[in-house]
Design a protein around this ligand. Structure first.
Ligand SMILES: CC(C)(COP(=O)(O)OP(=O)(O)OC[C@H]1O[C@@H](n2cnc3c(N)ncnc32)[C@H](O)[C@@H]1OP(=O)(O)O)[C@@H](O)C(=O)NCCC(=O)NCCS
Length: 161
């Protein structure tokens, strides 16, 4: 059985190890990490999935960012341990964290990722929303948590400071 909990400070090293395992070396050089420097993730949306033995199976984090002058959530990283992929754990983390973000009255979420995976959670390509380079614009995806929250919103994604 998989249990979801919010990440505590003492668990941070485990999450970093999981991300190191699941992503290519140098992940922190990715443009999205520039938006995270010096900014804390949203604590309520940092969700862990552990199995019945307490082993970390997956983790998700979100950061606050600005699109132009409007606040948004940057989803990610999300990672599921290679031995637990394809069991629906990623989907569970996505659905629970997005529901919490909605309850917290966040209006919109964006991410950089594979549209074929994220479209099942309602993400579509964001036109005119510019992540720091180099980012493939085809991979910049968004989902409104409040109706129309992305309508007409364009501009550069900046660090929340
Ligand atoms: C991407 C990831 C988070 C998905 O989590 P998961 O628990 O394996 O996914 P689920 O079990 O909820 O869903 C599995 C489905 O997603 C599909 N899927 C997984 N990764 C995909 C991708 N990159 N593109 C398209 N579909 C993908 C699977 O084919 C499967 O499809 P099905 O439901 O039609 O059989 C996980 O595979 C992972 O951690 N990958 C490595 C790290 C990564 O790429 N993170 C995302 C970038 S931030």
């Amino acid at each position: 059985m998989i249990t979801l909990t919010t990440e505590q400070a003492s668990e941070s090293w485990e999450v970093e190890s999981l991300y190191d395992l699941c992503f290519a070396p140098g992940r922190e050089g990715l443009s999205s990490y520039r938006l995270r420097e010096g900014v804390l993730p949203v604590a309520e949306l940092s969700v862990l999935a552990r199995d019945e033995a307490g082993i970390l199976a997956a983790a998700i984090r979100y950061w606050p960012v600005l699109v132009g002058t409007e606040p948004a959530l940057l989803l990610g990283p999300i990672a599921v341990h290679p031995t637990r992929q394809g069991e629906g754990i990623g989907g569970k983390l996505m659905r629970q964290s997005l529901a919490t973000a909605s309850e917290m009255h966040w209006k919109r979420v964006l991410l950089v990722g594979d549209a074929p995976y994220y479209k099942r959670f309602g993400f579509t390509r964001l036109e005119g929303v510019e992540m720091p380079p180099p980012t493939n614009p085809e991979r910049v995806l968004g989902r409104a948590l409040q109706a129309g929250a992305w309508d007409g919103l364009r501009g550069k994604v900046c660090r929340y400071a």
